[in-house]
Unconditional design. Structure first.
Length: 137
């Protein structure tokens, strides 16, 4: 007798589960309507535009070292050298040190004389480096 009472006691709960699920789905849909993904996309787009604008300003402030994403390895500082593929802070510092000890690079290939830069690293960056030797180049 007791078992049958428990059995029938669960029926109202079981019958109300679809209703509870429906309320939850309505709440989710209402929240999604109030906070559409377009807001997130707009924020991301605004951030990207800000980054691009800052990059453009940086290039204008220092046009002799970075030109259309080309890096002048005879004038670039450590941060600018790190824009090259395969160059981190250690290799960038080694490039600057080599340049201080040996003078300006006379060819792109000479950068392979820097410790830690071999043919594989050179192949990654060779299309992004330029050489300027004079002050008005």
């Amino acid at each position: 007798m007791r078992f049958s009472t428990l059995k029938w006691g669960f029926i109202p709960i079981l019958l109300s589960l679809p209703f509870i699920a429906s309320l939850a789905m309505d709440a989710v849909q209402q929240n999604a309507a109030e906070q559409p993904w377009t807001d997130v996309n707009t924020e991301i787009q605004a951030w990207l535009e800000t980054v691009e604008e800052e990059d453009k300003i940086a290039k204008q402030a220092n046009p002799t070292r970075v030109t259309n994403e080309l890096i002048d390895i005879n004038r670039a500082d450590v941060n600018e050298l790190m824009r090259l593929n395969g160059i981190g802070p250690t290799k960038a510092q080694a490039i600057v040190k080599y340049r201080e000890q040996h003078g300006a690079f006379r060819s792109k290939e000479e950068i392979m004389e820097v410790k830690g830069i071999g043919p594989a690293t050179f192949d990654k960056m060779k299309d992004k480096i330029i050489l300027r030797t004079g002050k008005n180049d």
